[in-house]
Design a protein around this ligand. Structure first.
Ligand code: FES
Length: 110
């Protein structure tokens, strides 16, 4: 993927508390940014792969986001769906910190 990366600044790390999940519109894509209890940041597509629900309205615990609509769960580090009703994994976006800036690689948009 090197050479085709497209890093976009999304947010300030200092605005996040541990356990926060916040929705952003990034170049027309709905993105969720997570700060886990271990302080790490992660980015995924914000729309559940089951039906239409914003994962940023769900519950984040131990790196797992639970969808607010039917309680489907995903590992936000890998996007992996963790059982029914989820059949399709969630897209994840590479994320890096530069000082206080959170940047994500929108070339993963596909
Ligand atoms: Fe997310 Fe159904 S819409 S589990």
């Amino acid at each position: 993927m090197s050479g085709s990366e497209k890093w976009v600044r999304v947010a300030s790390a200092s605005e996040f508390e541990e356990g926060d999940v916040v929705a952003y519109d990034v170049e027309g894509e709905e993105i969720a940014i997570y700060r886990l209890e271990d302080g790490s940041f992660h980015a995924t597509h914000n729309i559940c792969t089951h039906e239409y629900a914003c994962l940023s309205d769900g519950w984040l615990e131990d790196g797992v986001i639970e969808c607010p609509l039917h309680a489907g769960r995903f590992d936000v580090r890998t996007g992996k769906g963790l059982g029914p009703p989820i059949e399709e994994d969630l897209r994840v976006f590479p994320l890096k910190l530069e000082g206080d800036d959170i940047l994500i690689d929108m070339s993963a948009k596909g």
